[in-house]
Write a new protein. Structure first.
Length: 65
């Protein structure tokens, strides 16, 4: 039986914490930053948590389920 591969795009985008939560990087932080407020950009640095409805799907991509 061959091994099942992890989804390559998912392993680059998501990280699993020690408690088992899945984090992701916030969007809109790549370019056109001059018009965005400092507070908004600062909050984009913090990793976001994957929403509950999507957790099972992301876990399947990462082969955690």
């Amino acid at each position: 039986m061959p091994k099942v591969k992890t989804n390559s795009s998912a392993k680059k985008r998501f990280k699993v914490t020690a408690t088992g939560k899945i984090t992701h990087q916030k969007s809109f932080k790549r370019h056109i930053l001059t018009k965005k407020s400092t507070k908004r950009k600062r909050h984009m640095r913090i990793d976001g948590l994957v929403a509950k409805p999507n957790v099972d799907f992301v876990k399947r991509l990462l082969r955690l389920k």
